[in-house]
Structures are given as C-alpha cells and as structure tokens.
Design a protein around this ligand. Structure first.
Ligand SMILES: Cc1cc2nc3c(=O)[nH]c(=O)nc-3n(C[C@H](O)[C@H](O)[C@H](O)COP(=O)(O)OP(=O)(O)OC[C@H]3O[C@@H](n4cnc5c(N)ncnc54)[C@H](O)[C@@H]3O)c2cc1C
Length: 488
C-alpha cells in the first residue's frame, strides 16, 4: 500500500475504535474533538512531509524488509546516515508544528526491539525476531502510526516490580495460553497513544530474577479489548474549547499524553516478542533510551527555532531588536539550540551496527544530548520570557480584543512598533503556549522526563565515560607513568 497522505491518516483513525476518556467523559469521536484534534494534526504533518519532494529523502526510505518505499517513522536505521536523516527530519517537523509530533517514540522502539529480538533468538532459539519482522512489515505496508509504550506507573520506586504491594503497577503477564498471553497493568504518559493505530509494549527497566512475568514485549492494536486511554491534562487545555484561536497560541498543533490502562488484554503469540527472558530487558530499555535520547537532538532544536523566531519578532515589535544585550541573548538562544542539534547529530555519526544489522547511536553522545535537553529548553524559555516582556502573562483575551465596547482600548494600548495589537497578542500567545501553556509539556516537562529523568542520563554518562583512559592520560602527562617517547 502507498504511503498515507495526512488526510488518509486522519481518516484511518476514524476506524480505530479506541476507548478514550477526557475530563471524566467517554469520547466517541476523538478525531474531531477540539482538545484532541491539534495533536492528531501534529502527527498528520509527519504523513504530509512524506509526499513533499523537498523532504522525501528525509521522510521516507526503502525498507530493508519489503524493498518498498516506507515512512522513516516505521523504518529500521540501516546506516549512520539513516539516523542523521532522522534527526534532520525531526528538526524540520519541530519547526513546522512547534510541538511534539509524537511519532518518534514508536520508531525508536521498533529499532530497539528489532535488534533485541535477534539476540534473544540467538540465545534461546525462540522465534521472536521473525514474528517481529512480520509485524513490522504489516506496519510499514499499511503506513501505521506506532506508539512506543515503555513507562510503567511504578508505584513505590524503591521496590522491584514483583515486590510491589499491587502486582499490577508494572505491566505483566497474568495468563499464558496456547494461543497467546493476557497482560495487565498501565503505561503512564503515553505520547500520541490515542492517535496511534498500534502500540509496542516494552519493559520499563532492567528486570531480574523474580520479575519474569514483567519481562514482556508485545504489540497490539490500540482498540484491543481491555485497553482504556485516560487523556492527560495540559495547562490551559480548555482554551481550545473557547471561540477564537488567539488565546490558544498554537491552535493547529499540539502534543498528547494519556494513561494507557491494560485491563487483561489478550495478545496472540505472533505479536509477542519477549516473554520472561529477564536478561534481555536491559538491552531493550537501553537501546530504546539511546535512540530516543538522541531523537531529542532533532525535535527540541526544531521547536526551539520557533521560540527564537517568536522572541525575535517580539523584540522587533517592542523596538529593541538592535540593543546589544538583546542581540546577545538571541545569539545565546541560537547557541543553545545548535548545541542540542550538534549532540544529536554526533550521536548518529558515531553510531554502530547491531548483530541484527540495524544501527544504534553512540550511547554516550545520546545521553549527553538528552542531558542538555533537560536543561537548555528551560534556559531558552527564560530568555524568551525576558525578551518578550511581562505582557506574556498579562495580555487580555481575544474576547476583549473583539468586544465592541472595550476592544478599542486593547487595540490602542497593545499595539506596538509597526504592528497592531492582534499580531502582538498572537506572538505573545505563541510564546506563552510553548513556555508554560498548552505545549509546555512538549517543550519543557518532556525535555526533562521524556526518555528518562536526568539521573538516568547521569548514570549512563558515568558508565560510558571510560575514566581509566582519562586517568591514564593524566598520569602520563604528570610524569607519574612513563611519558611519551617522541623518538619511537
Ligand atoms: C511529556 C512526556 C511524554 C512521555 N512520553 C512517553 C512515551 O511516549 N512512552 C513512554 O513509555 N514513556 C513516556 N514518558 C515517560 C518518561 O520516560 C518518564 O516520565 C520518565 O522515565 C520518568 O519517570 P516518572 O515520570 O515515573 O518519574 P519518576 O521515575 O517518578 O521520577 C521522579 C524523580 O524520582 C527519581 N527517582 C525515580 N526512581 C528512583 C529510584 N529508584 N531511586 C532514586 N530516585 C528515583 C528520578 O530520578 C526523578 O528525579 C513521557 C514523559 C513525559 C513527561
């Protein structure tokens, strides 16, 4: 089947009969719901760019499984260059949506599970890898959107999964049958889950002896029986229900997270890719984390570009663009986003081939990339707030602007250099949206916690930093160990 257009993707979701809950109500038509639709539009953009000749090389590739042209979001990274293209694609999509476009989690999960299943089969003689390839062909041929489902709700973080008072706080197998398994639990903060056709479930952390039932990896359609989505709130989300679009900031696009409840969901064996092999939970978690931490070197710089553009426009409106401290701060913002992007690219170019044949980014660089992501968007937001001025949090509403009685005052007192009040309000609202409004989860909290909290990166950086080599270099130069002999 050909690559879906944006409209075909949106229409295809109408056939997905997921159980979606928002503000305590069951939502039958989630596709047209005003709170949800912007997040669907953001994923639709990933489908749109696949048909744009200018971006075809980044947005599509030839599948190593089918030989057909497929979306990069459902493809395996078969070279370092594939990963470079992924990061460039993500930056472009960040610029075009100004928010999380949600489809990367699945792509990064697909690549982690592909290489891990190969290694499980090698050790245990199982058939997971062949099953996974068949499932992936189905995803590619139907150009489906996949949600990467890793994070469990976790209860007491100090206890192992099997030690929790409630055994369902980590997703686990509750029944093994001849035809498949039954799983129970919940995945938290699931990006784009309502907007995806399928979910790929993975263990959330390294499982040990005793956690066998929790070492489970499988795929299931989003509207499987027993799956319930409880939509996550976003700051100012009810603004999307109001008339007008100024106060929303970015009315067309938005992110999405939901709590995914798996209440005794049946999964046939041909969709099970790990079941009890505890020693392979670590590779799948680390590989997914590596891929995803590196992905942030694409999307977050792209969103940052929009924030810089909006901030710069505000300095024009306020007549301060030429001031030296303003130019210095804008340069600082550009330095921050380019540093993020540079780390993402570095992780790709230094990648390596897995036993299964697909590629992984350099783990140290990917973790450094994500560690910067936990910090820089906050600094970028601080600089944007500084330069945009206090109106960022005090602008009147669109209703006031349009009001026949007081609208004239808003027009008069909010106009700025060369622009009317409406343009200034729109730009302020966009910055508000990205820094602490509707899309702040995409830009800030997701930067902090997505693909793991900062400490998870610190642990990986510590592990990967090869301290012995560094100490050896120092000992040599200090003359403690024999110095280099230049005459050799
Ligand atoms: C916007 C957003 C989108 C996301 N999208 C997805 C997604 O699509 N798919 C997915 O699977 N996940 C997703 N996540 C989940 C993300 O990976 C987790 O938020 C992250 O791993 C942190 O887990 P947590 O939120 O449970 O926080 P916690 O794990 O509770 O962390 C809170 C703090 O406690 C510390 N901490 C936790 N455990 C311990 C411990 N044992 N000992 C000491 N300190 C500890 C952490 O370091 C952190 O500082 C998303 C998260 C966000 C915010």
């Amino acid at each position: 089947m050909a690559l879906k257009t944006a409209q075909q993707y949106i229409d295809s979701l109408r056939k997905v009969k997921s159980d979606v809950w928002l503000f305590g109500e069951k939502i039958d038509n989630f596709v047209d719901h005003p709170v949800i639709r912007p997040s669907i539009n953001a994923i639709a953009m990933t489908y749109k760019v696949a048909h744009e000749p200018e971006w075809e090389d980044l947005a599509t590739t030839t599948s190593n499984l089918t030989g057909e042209k497929v979306s990069r979001f459902s493809a395996l990274f078969m070279s370092c260059d594939d990963m470079v293209k992924k990061v460039k694609l993500q930056r472009m999509l960040g610029q075009r949506t100004g928010c999380c476009f949600q489809r990367c989690v699945g792509m990064d999960a697909i690549n982690a599970v592909y290489s891990t299943t190969f290694e499980i089969d090698e050790k245990h003689g199982t058939k997971y890898h062949e099953r996974f390839k068949e499932w992936l062909k189905y995803i590619q041929q139907n150009d489906l959107c996949v949600q990467g489902a890793m994070t469990d709700v976790k209860g007491d973080r100090g206890l192992r999964p099997h030690e929790q008072e409630d055994p369902d706080l980590f997703v686990h197998v509750v029944e093994k049958r001849d035809d498949g398994i039954v799983i129970r639990g919940a995945k938290a903060h699931q990006t784009g889950s309502v907007n995806s056709h399928e979910m790929l479930i993975m263990p959330t952390l390294t499982m040990r002896e005793g956690d066998e039932d929790y070492a489970v990896c499988c795929a299931l359609p989003s509207d499987s029986k027993g799956v319930h989505f409880i939509y996550g709130r976003q700051s100012c989300d009810k603004r999307k229900l109001e008339e007008g679009d100024i106060d929303v900031g970015n009315a067309m696009f938005g992110g999405q997270e939901a709590l995914t409840v798996l209440d005794d969901v049946f999964v046939p064996w041909d969709r099970v890719f790990m079941c009890g092999e505890v020693e392979f939970s670590n590779p799948v978690v680390e590989r997914f984390a590596g891929n995803h931490r590196q992905s942030y070197g694409g999307c977050k710089p792209g969103i940052g570009d929009v924030l810089i553009g909006a901030t710069s426009a505000m300095t024009d409106y306020n007549g301060v663009a030429k001031a030296s401290h303003v130019r210095d701060k804008i340069a600082e913002m550009n330095h921050l986003v380019e540093t993020l992007h540079a780390c993402g690219l570095a992780a790709c170019t230094q990648g390596s081939k897995t036993k299964a044949g697909n590629y992984q980014p350099d783990i140290l660089m990917a973790n450094v990339c994500k560690m910067n992501v936990t910090r820089f968007p906050y600094e970028l937001s601080r600089l944007a707030e500084d330069l945009a001025g206090g109106a960022l949090v005090t602008i009147p509403s669109e209703c006031d602007l349009r009001n026949p009685e007081i609208g004239k005052y808003v027009q008069k007192y909010f106009k700025a250099k060369d622009v009317g009040a409406e343009e200034r309000m729109r730009m302020l609202s966009l910055i508000n949206n990205m820094t602490f409004g509707l899309n702040a989860p995409s830009y800030r909290t997701e930067s902090m916690h997505g693909a793991g909290s900062p400490q998870a990166m610190k642990v990986m950086i510590e592990r990967q930093s090869n301290m012995e080599t560094k100490k050896k270099a120092a000992r040599k130069l200090a003359g403690i160990d024999p110095r280099e002999n230049l005459e050799d």
